[in-house]
Structures are given as C-alpha cells and as structure tokens.
Design a protein around this ligand. Structure first.
Ligand SMILES: Nc1ncnc2c1ncn2[C@@H]1O[C@H](COP(=O)(O)OP(=O)(O)OP(=O)(O)O)[C@@H](O)[C@H]1O
Ligand SMILES: Nc1nc2c(c(=O)[nH]1)N=C(CO)CN2
Length: 160
C-alpha cells in the first residue's frame, strides 16, 4: 500500500456537499482507504480572483493504485460531479489534486508529483500540515513552509 495526500477544493453550489460526495466516491473504491482528513477551510480564491471563495480540505489515503491510475480515478470523480474546465484556475464543483505519493516524483504534463504549486498555496499547506506535521517537501519542513505562508485568506470552519 502506498500513502498519498490529495487536495480537494470546491467553489460552486453546495461546496461541502461536493467535497463530501468526492470523499464518499474515494471511499467506495476498493483500492483506496482514507486514513485522515483535515478540517474544512474557507479560502480566498488564488490565481483567478473574480470568483467565489473555496472550501478546501486535504485527505491522506492508503492505496494500491499506482499514481496514474489514482489520477484517472480522481478525474473520474471530477466528471461524475460535473466539473467543467472553462477558465484556468476558475470556478469548479470539485477539483482533486494529487499532492504527494510516497517518495514518488514525476514531472510530465499529465502528472507532476509533488504537485508543482503546492508549496505556495496556503489552501493546500495549512490543511496538509493539520494531518501531516512531520513531512518535508523539496527538502523543507512543512512547519517552516506554513510559517512563511501565514494565515491570510484562510479560515478553518467549525462544522458540527
Ligand atoms: N499532481 C497532479 N494532480 C492532479 N492533476 C495533475 C497533477 N499533475 C498534473 N496534473 C494534470 O493537470 C491537468 C489540469 O488539472 P486541473 O484542470 O485540475 O488544474 P487546476 O486544478 O485548475 O490547476 P492547478 O494544476 O494549478 O491546481 C490534469 O488534467 C492533470 O492531468
Ligand atoms: N482558494 C483556492 N484557490 C484556488 C484553488 C483552490 O482549491 N482554492 N484551486 C485552484 C486551481 O487548482 C486555483 N485557485
């Protein structure tokens, strides 16, 4: 089994329902177990600013799928939940990114791991830090990365 971390985000419609539906579809796969999931965070949009705030979480999984098969299942979930690609970094019902997959690295356009923009995104790093306090990415400890990013534009939501 390989350990991987997924970043999930939604900013259209009932954002929490989309995130929860994606988690459920991940759970339904026989080769994926969700071991931890972070709190939900309301986050200001990054990259393309003229859109609603996002709901973001990070989930830790154990999986027998290889990275490409995992990506293709994540894409399948995005399609099921009616994700449309219209504007780069624009609004979406659901987005699932593979952030890390064991010590695996890959750099092709179809799949780059670690996710190339993760370290500059507080909407990824803060929830990731909540469930993975001891990891390092590109030789930097996650605690240092999170401290540098700060807490601006991200608010933890206290759902029941
Ligand atoms: N680690 C990764 N996780 C998910 N998709 C990836 C990854 N690396 C490359 N990709 C590729 O990126 C393509 C575009 O993904 P997507 O439309 O979700 O980008 P985005 O979420 O809008 O932007 P960003 O990549 O900055 O998060 C996907 O079709 C996928 O093949
Ligand atoms: N706050 C926030 N901003 C984003 C997000 C996201 O999930 N949250 N995803 C993007 C493309 O992956 C672009 N911008």
């Amino acid at each position: 089994m390989a350990k991987a971390y997924l970043g999930l985000g939604s900013n259209i419609g009932n954002k929490r329902e989309y995130i929860d539906a994606a988690l459920e579809l991940l759970r339904e796969h026989k080769d994926i177990q969700i071991t931890h999931s972070s709190s939900y965070y309301e986050t200001d949009p990054v990259g393309y600013l003229d859109q609603d705030s996002f709901l973001n979480i990070v989930a830790a999984i154990e999986t027998n799928l290889d990275p490409k098969a995992l990506l293709s299942y994540c894409n399948e979930i995005e399609q099921k939940l009616k994700r449309k690609r219209e504007i780069r970094w624009g609004p979406r019902t659901i987005d699932i990114d593979i952030l890390l997959y064991e010590n695996y690295t890959s750099q092709d356009e179809y799949l780059t791991i670690p996710h190339p923009r993760m370290c500059e995104r507080s909407f990824v790093m803060i929830p990731l830090y909540e469930i993975a306090k001891d990891i390092s990415i590109f030789g930097h400890s996650i605690g240092d990365i999170v401290e540098k990013l700060g807490q601006e534009g991200i608010r933890k939501i206290a759902y029941e």
